[in-house]
Design a protein around this ligand. Sequence first.
Ligand code: HEC
Ligand code: HEC
Length: 311
Amino acid sequence: MKTKSLSFSLIVTVILLGIGGWLVLFFHMTGTANHPAVLSGAMSPGAMANGTAGALANGAQPLEVAFNPPALEDAPAKNREAVLLGYKIMTETKKYAGEYVGNNLACTNCHFDGGRSKDTISLVGVASVYPHYRSRANFSTDLTLRTMDCFQRSMNSVAPPADSKIMQALTAYYQWISKGIPIYAEVPWIGLPKMPEDHKPDPAAGGTVYKDVCARCHGAEGQGTPIAPAVWGPGSYNDGAGMNRVTTFSAFAWRFMPKASPSLTKEQALDVAAFVHAKPRPHYAKPGAKPAGNTPAAPGAQAATQPAAAK
Ligand code: HEC
Ligand code: HEC
């Protein structure tokens, strides 16, 4: 009896030890297996600083993506109205969001075909790379906040509220034209190219480039013509806009101007950017701050001169 119970408890001990060991091993293995999975989804600090989705950490290959924005009419029935409205806001901004336009521009003037083109500041895939870090905010920024920036600066106005139909239509639109592009993919056509830093932009040489190449479409006084929008003066973006940076303007002009047949060297693009940069344009009034009394306002730019709190 005694030996029997002794061997019984021995067997039980062995079984319990076996189960315990197996459990320890199991959690250890699944634990380590989880780490690479988490890491491969994380962006490297370099890619985040770049502001775009970039190389993946842990040596994983970046995801391959193809440029193939879906037709707007194919948007799911429940979202179609919002997606179509978003496109109209992009392309006919004054008509569909006139309250928030303080110059003579439309979004599509910089984001050609409402950002659906590859040869522009493309918005195809933006919904897959936002939210991301932006130095302007020194924090992560989503597409609503990013869009507000373009209203306040590029469109020289105040931004529609996040819960407005306008903002919700735009975000539905970005999401649809980003369809099929995985979150955190590297989207090569997003963002503007880097310009050389060893060329000192020469505004005088840029004046000649402007006269010879740009004036026929954008007007001798930068005021715009029926063919192309204003590049300076009251009808243009304000001095807080991304386009008001010589680096951004020159990258845009080098890559995309003249429209459909870009022809500048990088040096010419930097020169013409410096020339345009020196011209007058509306002043950026910080949202919520008292607007400057002498802000040169565009005709019909009532929104630009009102405090943001009024909206
Ligand atoms: C053949 C006519 C044409 C020429 C020449 C041309 N552009 Fe444009 N540009 C356009 C059009 C059209 C748009 C707006 C595109 C749209 O709405 O799809 C545009 C848009 C722009 C924009 C963004 C919108 C704005 O007005 O701020 C800038 C900046 C610009 N062009 C700069 C230049 C510069 C600099 C040159 C000369 C190197 C130049 N363009 C030459 C037709 C032209
Ligand atoms: C005068 C030119 C201009 C106009 C007009 C303009 N934008 Fe932009 N937009 C820019 C520039 C420049 C950037 C920054 C591109 C970059 O950093 O690579 C940008 C970036 C964006 C982005 C983020 C894209 C990215 O790659 O990070 C969104 C979204 C956007 N704009 C929406 C809009 C909307 C909506 C409108 C109209 C209400 C508009 N923009 C009007 C110049 C313009």
